[in-house]
Design a binder for this molecule. Sequence first.
Ligand code: TMP
Length: 241
Amino acid sequence: MTKNELIFNGNEKQVFSTDDPTRVIFRYKDVTTAYHGVKRARFAGKGALTNQISALLLGYLNDNGVETHYISTIDEREQLCRMIEIIPLEVVFHNRIAGSLASKLGVEDGMKPANTILDLCYNNDELGDPLINRDQAVALKLATYPELDLMYDIVRRSGKLLTDLLHKAGIELVDAKFEFGRAADTGAIIISDELSPDTCRMWDEETGERLDKDRFRLDLGDMVASYSIVLEKLKNVLETE
Ligand code: TMP
């Protein structure tokens, strides 16, 4: 597989085309951003950690009947993925109410809701990724109703699989953001972005310590050390799976 040109240069990742039109290469950067790019910093080794954690979580979903874009790991920073047509919607899965949802609802950060919450957001940086409802998403031709049903089903199944896996590793999955695309090889709707402490809140079950990007958002320090803990705990639990 030959790596060709840069086709997307994001805050935290780059995507390169390859000589196969159905395959791309994701490269994870050391840059971290928060609050839609307002806060930004570089942490040596962070890209290697998000690459590895994402590979383990996406690979776990692939192995358990949820299709994702992840195919294989190339090296410390890069992974081979399926090319997709982007669906500009995000579904955020909440086991707890934290972050912006806690502020919006005026409840304590980390409140346990009576049920799991799924939020549909319009993936649009200029608008700040606002909440959108199903009718609005269909009206803008972002997805069809059956596609939205499928995305919700994928998120419910993935949320449960990841919650249970992380629990075995002593980590609570607080929330997780999922992005989707239509796969270039089969046309299927698949998960098409990383899953890592950059895109999910993860708390140490014993200490309650935040092991995710909130360490950067809230200036708690030791972000790379926390991501390393997540990776080690995940590796340990997957070795025994
Ligand atoms: P929020 O509290 O900032 O709305 O985040 C909810 C979850 O979604 C959290 O796990 C972080 C993740 N997320 C991203 O991965 N990218 C984003 O741009 C935003 C806003 C949230």
